[in-house]
Design a binder for this molecule. Sequence first.
Ligand code: GDP
Length: 450
Amino acid sequence: MNDTIAAIATAYGEGGIGIIRISGPEAREILSGIFDGKIQNRRLSYGHVYDGEQIIDEVMAVYMKAPASYTAEDVVEINCHGSMVSLLKTLRLVLKKGARMAEPGEFTKRAFLNGRLDLSQAEAVIDVVKAKSDRSFDVAVSQLEGSLSAEIGNIRKDILDLLVDVTVNIDYPDEDIEQMTYEKLESCLCIIKEKIEKLLRGSQAGRMIREGIRVAIVGKPNVGKSSLMNGLLRESRAIVTEIPGTTRDTIEESVSIRNLPVYLIDTAGIRDTDDTVEKIGIEKSKEAFNSADFIIFIVDGSEPLTEEDEEIMSYLEGRKSLVLINKQDIGNRVNSRDLADRLPNSDIIETALIRGEGISEIEDKIEELVYGGQVSQSESVMVNNVRHIDLLRKAGQAIDDAKAMAARQEALDIIEIDIRNAFDNLGEIIGETVSDEILTEVFSRFCLGK
Ligand code: GDP
């Protein structure tokens, strides 16, 4: 961390401006070696980048003195014109003057190592950059502001208080201090467990908001799968045809539905076939089907159910799905009550997708799936990262184990070990107790220049 790093911080391609970011002890000196403008702390200055012989670009540059910067080190940002030629020339010059090319995420890693952000906040930086919908963006910003860190800190404080009481009772059992009874211990552990559970309850929604909700659309050919895709996309990107079996492969589209990121997967169908080309599509459909968070099954309401519908239905057992009885405009020969009896986990809607009828109800159902009555849309603290969910579960398990031992009135020093484990698990979320391998893994997901 003693060296100075540099990278292009803006996206590759043409743009109005492009930014070179430099961080480390030599940042200011490097700037003064290549820039003819005035350098003042936290002031944007106009000038030119030159390589000693000729001008490379007309730029605005800023120097931010440590620790008041993104990385908490000396940072320089040079706003060049947004052409790759200018950016690469300037970057090359910066590297020649002694900076080293930054690794992906290295700026944010330095911010973390210098204590400017905790680990969950650093991870939120990736989420802010990669957010694909309003809602995922809001959750990421709130996490970046420290909402999750504060909640984790709060639970850890409860655990620490408890650990202190337990330890004092172990070390000084005869002193005149408040006795830690097993009842008291159990009730404290219950409160802690409930707080952990509360965070976990919102995690499924959080994960879907962050990673996107995978919705697989299934149904035999010609029932209206592409029409549904189009209705949800409100533009004709999937091809609608009247020849059964044209959607040979899976088609995946990402859309924002009610501010939620959704991946719609139009499947080719999942029935057995001898056609080799169709077989490939069917394998892909099965994969999509198995990995989906939610399945929309469409039947053609204008004719009775067929063997093919029955076959698909057999795959749906036990899965949460939404059944659309489509083509209501030209008839209704499928009994929704029969279907409801056969697919008890499913909701059923009658639609006429060709006219856009039913689309908004389908959107309601997708929204309901995410928030599921357990979390509100305005919930500010939302756990959405698999690493965090995993650690919360481990902490919850350790607290459960401690509780079970307290109920059996086992020795305090044994119970203490589990309580301490829970404390460490939660510490790992914010990076207080975390290994180098995990840090490397976390920051490798960043893009260059962040
Ligand atoms: P897919 O094979 O399941 O993707 O089905 P498509 O979306 O390509 O639709 C097949 C045919 O059914 C097209 O001619 C659509 O116009 C028609 N279709 C789709 N939805 C409806 C509907 O609600 N009512 C009627 N009458 N026709 C529909």
